[in-house]
Unconditional design. Structure first.
Length: 94
């Protein structure tokens, strides 16, 4: 799943961007998803899907929905994280 964007922006830089998007005192997923760093991660598109799914963090649910157009099934955050892991495996991202 390596493409031209990945060659321009290496995995370490992407991981740093992901971590900076996660670094906040807020636990509100909507607030987090509106932060500039989070939006920059979303702009990377499908390139970051494996990295976001591997984080196993509910805060990436909004990004995963935006990038994939898929609505996860589950009521609890743990069910949604499990949904994305299964989806990633079934769709070749993990």
């Amino acid at each position: 799943m390596i493409n031209k964007k990945f060659k321009i922006m290496n995995k370490d830089k992407i991981m740093n961007l992901i971590q900076s998007a996660e670094f906040t005192n807020s636990s509100d997923p909507v607030f987090i998803s509106e932060r500039e760093q989070y939006r920059e991660v979303v702009k990377l598109g499908k390139l970051v899907l494996p990295l976001l799914i591997e984080r196993k963090s509910y805060i990436w649910n909004i990004a995963l929905k935006e990038i994939t157009g898929v609505e996860p099934i589950g009521d609890k955050s743990s069910e949604i994280v499990d949904f994305w892991t299964k989806w990633g495996l079934e769709n070749g991202y993990l």
